[in-house]
Design a protein around this ligand. Sequence first.
Ligand SMILES: [Zn+2]
Length: 261
Amino acid sequence: MVKIGIIGGSGLTNIDVLQSPEKKKVHTPFGSPSDLPTVGKISGVDVVVIPRHGPHHNIAPSLVNYRANIWAMKELGVTHILAPTAVGSLREEFHPGDIVFPDQFIDRTAKRQQSFYDGQVICHVSMAEPFCQQLRKLLQESATRLQLSHVGEGTVITIEGPRFSSKAESHLFRSWRADIINMTTVPEVVLAREAGICYAAIAMTTDYDCWRESEAPVTVDMILSTMKKNVQNVIKLVQDVLPCIRDSDCYCRHGIENALL
Ligand SMILES: [Zn+2]
């Protein structure tokens, strides 16, 4: 049995393709998730949806209770998480409108809880391969089937925000070989691994950040307008990929086993 968690990002707060939605109250040791999780079905598959930035999209990236969100998913029996996220592009060849399925991250966050284990037990979980390779493969196949413009791999750099980067930072991140930039993948992906849940990001490229000399500064309006177009594609992708996801003995489920001290 699979149950798919969807952590809806910017622009995906209300997924209206959700059948028989029902809000669930979940208590977590870390407080409340961004919103009451909604359970239901998409394409006949059990899903749990939590809007990352809350029902009114007013929880800033630094203030999202990532631990409560992932804990609630685990509590409700989620086996796989699909995580749509808006990203800026740090590469000419990653065009605004493209969907990216990152395979690596660089962490530039500064003030977030990255572990469920902050007591007696210490957890050093492996992040060598942070994203579920099986989920990424299914997403790539699905995007190809739907003829969506996409990139199969890439490194996402997660910054603390909420401000955007300076040009100097943007060039630095490019020199580090980061391909796309956002504010939420870390620590979400880390906590999913600690919880033994397969996790894949669906990154929607909205703009060229600020490194490109010809580019006007990134504005929220610019991002929102590209995102509107992207969101329909991401919903199509989710509807298509869900029935293909099978339960398997993935390495993501066992990462935690050798990580505790
Ligand atoms: Zn996996």
